[in-house]
Design a protein around this ligand. Structure first.
Ligand SMILES: Cc1cc2nc3c(=O)[nH]c(=O)nc-3n(C[C@H](O)[C@H](O)[C@H](O)COP(=O)(O)OP(=O)(O)OC[C@H]3O[C@@H](n4cnc5c(N)ncnc54)[C@H](O)[C@@H]3O)c2cc1C
Length: 330
């Protein structure tokens, strides 16, 4: 590995032998967040290692909506473009699972990959994303991504005036159903055999006002042809005509690397960050779906860029930066 001229320095502008052997930045996760960060960091001439296990959250979506300049681009194509661009600027891409990560000291993280390879880096960016909880309903796997979705912001527009079933319960399902009324008024909530958990009076009041019924029976299968949804069948024999399904069940971090490092997390497992995407662990950053906030590909790419700028700043020696002013001035 060749080390660019402005890397491998400590805060005082001196080179250390240890830093010479370490990457400036290791990024775990090669979705929009990690790839965007890798491009920006490589453009700053840092040595960048990006480790990706190739299992993104949006694996089955037919097209990414709302990504400026790339309407409906397939996730694999977007990643391919990002990977080519990252490589062009000199980032090293490794296709592997990162099993463990440890902070040796404030300026050194150690990554151990599934094949036993180890890497050290002065800064770490966790861009590992989330996973969605799936209900066990036969047929769902055939329509997921095309006509079964998890995000109204991403796919609500395609539901205009269609029959939509929200699968879920409690606040999540009610919130999603209300959100979908922007595009359609033919909405039913199915709890798939679970109690509806409509414990706040507001939930029933708003669902009633908008004519959104709630069915608690278990769903036995999705009737479909190819990726088109026709109906949901229920355990009691009822069948419900449906065009679109939205899952409002839950999510969890794609990996426990944030927990391994002791990063502060919220109740949903998201890694808490500040405005510069710095976590509670010194020199460890996080970006994309794994941090609280909107879950959009374009937002993840933006997070990655902002994190990259902050990481770069943290690697620039003090002699090349102005000291902070007491007053708030940018
Ligand atoms: C069905 C669906 C449809 C969507 N549609 C849209 C849409 O139309 N428009 C939109 O803007 N957004 C959409 N989204 C949201 C969008 O996909 C996410 O916001 C975006 O992918 C988040 O990017 P990310 O980089 O944070 O995570 P991801 O894209 O999930 O990438 C995380 C990467 O980290 C890797 N990883 C995890 N753990 C490890 C590990 N231990 N070692 C190595 N690698 C690891 C994974 O393999 C993965 O490649 C959709 C999401 C879903 C699920």
């Amino acid at each position: 590995m060749s080390v660019p001229a402005n890397s491998g320095t400590n805060g005082k502008g001196e080179r250390s032998a240890a830093a010479d052997k370490a990457w400036d930045v290791a990024i775990i996760g090669g979705g929009p967040a990690g790839l965007s960060a890798s491009i920006w960091l490589a453009r700053y001439l840092h040595t960048v290692l990006l480790v990706d296990s190739g299992d993104p959250r949006n694996w089955e979506t037919r097209g990414v909506n709302g990504f400026l300049g790339h309407p409906g681009i397939r996730p694999a194509e977007l990643r391919g473009l990002g990977r080519d661009e990252a490589r062009k600027y000199g980032a090293e891409l490794v296709d592997a699972v990162c099993d463990t990560v440890t902070q040796r000291n404030e300026d050194s993280f150690e990554l151990v990959l599934a094949d036993g390879a180890t890497h050290r880096a002065r800064r770490l960016l966790l861009a590992i994303g989330l996973k969605d909880v799936w209900p066990d309903i036969p047929g769902l796997e055939h329509v997921y991504g095309a006509n079964a979705h998890v995000c109204p912001d991403c796919d609500g527009r395609e539901c205009a005036k269609k029959k939509v079933v929200v699968i879920g319960k409690g606040r999540k399902a009610v919130g999603m159903a209300l959100n979908l009324t922007t595009w359609t008024r033919e909405i039913i909530i199915c709890t798939n055999g679970e109690p509806a958990e409509l414990d706040l009076p507001e939930y029933c009041r708003k669902l009633d006002a908008l004519n959104i019924p709630v069915i608690e029976e278990p769903v036995t299968c999705v009737r479909h042809s190819g990726t088109h949804v026709h109906a949901l069948d229920f355990a009691g024999g009822m069948s419900l005509d449906t065009d679109k399904i939205f899952l409002a069940i839950g999510q969890y971090p794609a990996d426990d690397l944030g927990a391994q490092l002791g990063c502060e997390r919220d109740a949903g497992g998201h890694i808490i960050v500040d405005d510069a995407y710095h976590t509670s662990v010194m020199n460890c950053f996080a970006a994309g779906d794994i941090v609280p906030g909107p879950q959009l590909a374009v937002a993840a790419a933006g997070d990655g860029a902002i994190a990259a700028l902050a990481i770069h700043k943290s690697l620039v020696p003090d002699g090349r930066k102005l000291e902070k002013l007491e007053t708030a001035e940018h």
